[in-house]
Design a protein. Structure first.
Length: 386
C-alpha cells in the first residue's frame, strides 16, 4: 500500500494527510502529532478534521500535553484500559465472592452499594490503608447505628478474605477493626410525623425539588423504603391496575403495592418513559444511593431536628416509612396487614409499631386508677366502722 503524502502545518510536530471523510462525502484532513517524551519518539493520530473537529491548533495542544506528560499517549491509554480491565478491585472481588455463595443475601448487595462502593469499590486491597477504613467508618457512624456499620465492614473483610484465599489479591498489611458495640441497644428510630408536619414537609420539598417531593409522597403513601423507590423503573408501574411492583427488596421477597389516589394522580401526570428507564434517576441517570440534599435542607429549614442529638429521634427519609406505618396503626389496620404492606418478613418486625396507638395502653393504665380508688374507698369505709 502506497504511503500517503504528508503535509506540514504551521505548528511544529503537527502534520496531516488527506483521507476519505467519515459520515460525509469527499475528503478530510487527518492530523498526526510527532513528539518525544522520556527519550522515546512517538508518532500518533490526533484526530480527523470533521469527524473529530480537529484543527492544527488543537493537535498542537494535544502534542504539548503529551510532551509534558500531562496526558497519556494513545498507546498508553490502551495499556491503561487493559490494566483496568484486569484490575481485581474490591467491587470485582465482591461480584466474584457473591457468585461463589450458594444462597447470596440480597441485603449484602444493598450494604455494598450503599456503604462500601463509594469508599472502596474502585480500589484494590493492597491500595487500602487503615486511614481509608477509619474515614469510611466515621462517615457511616454519623448516620448509621454501630451494629449496621459493623455488619458492612464485616462484609468488606469477607470479600477481601475470599480474594486472598483464591490468590486473587494480596492480604492487607493491617487488621481491620470493627466499630465497638458496647451493648445491644434499641437502635430503632422512634420519630413519626403528624399529618400537619408531613403536609408542611411535602410543601417545602416541592419548593426545592419536584423529584424529591414525589419520592417522599410515594413513601408516605405506601411505606416503601428509599432504596425501593430509587430502584423503580417504569416497567414496575401499572397505571391501569393502580399497582407498583417492588422488585428485589431488602427482604428478598417481591411484593405488590397499591396506589392511593394521591400516588395514582402523580404517576398519571408524569410523562411515561421506556420500560427499563428509572422513574426517579440521579443527576447522572443512575440509581440514587441516598436522599438528596433537598430533603435534608427542607428538614433543617422547618427545624424538625432542632435540639435533637439522638439519631433515633431525628427526621430522615426513612421516617416517612415509619410515619406511614404509624398512620395505618392509628386507623385500626391490623399488624399482619401492615407487615404485608411494608414487606416485613416476620410479624416481629412490625410489632414495633404496636405502641403507636396508645389508646389501649391508656385504658389499661386507667384500671390501675380504678383499683386504687376502690382500695382507698374500702380503707376509708373500714376506718369509719372500726
Amino acid at each position: 500500500m502506497a504511503t500517503k503524502e504528508r503535509f506540514k502545518t504551521n505548528y511544529p510536530g503537527v502534520f496531516f494527510i488527506e483521507g476519505k471523510a467519515v459520515g460525509r462525502t469527499g475528503t478530510e484532513k487527518i492530523y498526526y502529532i510527532r513528539y518525544r517524551h522520556d527519550g522515546k519518539l512517538t508518532e500518533e493520530k490526533a484526530g480527523r478534521q470533521y469527524a473529530d473537529d480537529m484543527t492544527p491548533a488543537r493537535a498542537a495542544g494535544l502534542r504539548a500535553q503529551r510532551v509534558e506528560g500531562k496526558q497519556l499517549s494513545n498507546q498508553g491509554k490502551r495499556d491503561e484500559a487493559v490494566q483496568l480491565a484486569n484490575k481485581h478491585n474490591i467491587a470485582w472481588l465482591y461480584s466474584e465472592y457473591r457468585k461463589m455463595l450458594a444462597n447470596p443475601e440480597k441485603a449484602d448487595d444493598g450494604r455494598f452499594r450503599l456503604y462500601l462502593q463509594n469508599g472502596f469499590g474502585e480500589k484494590e486491597p493492597h491500595e487500602l490503608i487503615q486511614l481509608d477504613i477509619d474515614r469510611v467508618v466515621r462517615r457511616l457512624l454519623k448516620r448509621l447505628a454501630p451494629h449496621t456499620v459493623s455488619t458492612a465492614i464485616t462484609l468488606l473483610k469477607r470479600t477481601i478474605n475470599y480474594g486472598v484465599r483464591r490468590d486473587l489479591c494480596k492480604p492487607l498489611s493491617f487488621s481491620i477493626d470493627l466499630p465497638k458495640v458496647v451493648k445491644k441497644i434499641d437502635n430503632k428510630r422512634n420519630r413519626y410525623l403528624s399529618v400537619e408536619e408531613a403536609g408542611t414537609l411535602l410543601e417545602t420539598l416541592r419548593r426545592h425539588s419536584e423529584q424529591t417531593y414525589r419520592m417522599a409522597l410515594v413513601s408516605l403513601n405506601t411505606g416503601m423504603r428509599f432504596g425501593e423507590i430509587a430502584s423503580l423503573r417504569w416497567q414496575h408501574i401499572d397505571i391501569k391496575t393502580r399497582t407498583i411492583k417492588v422488585m428485589d427488596p431488602k427482604n428478598s421477597e417481591n411484593r405488590m403495592v397499591f396506589m392511593t389516589d394521591a400516588i395514582f394522580e402523580m404517576f398519571e401526570g408524569l410523562e411515561k418513559e421506556k420500560p427499563d428507564k428509572l422513574v426517579f434517576p440521579s443527576r447522572v441517570g443512575g440509581i440514587q444511593s441516598d436522599a438528596s440534599h433537598s430533603f435534608h435542607r427542607s428538614v433543617d429549614e422547618l427545624g424538625l431536628n432542632d435540639g435533637i442529638d439522638d439519631r433515633r429521634l431525628k427526621v430522615v427519609f426513612h421516617t416517612l416509612r415509619h410515619t406511614a406505618a404509624s398512620w395505618l396503626v392509628n386507623q385500626g389496620i391490623t399488624l399482619p396487614v401492615i407487615a404485608k404492606i411494608l414487606g416485613h418478613k416476620t410479624l416481629q418486625m412490625t410489632e414495633r409499631y404496636s405502641h403507636v396507638n396508645d389508646e389501649s395502653v391508656k385504658k389499661a393504665m386507667a384500671t390501675f386508677d380504678q383499683q386504687q380508688t376502690k382500695k382507698d374507698n374500702e380503707e376509708t369505709k373500714y376506718k369509719q366502722y372500726s
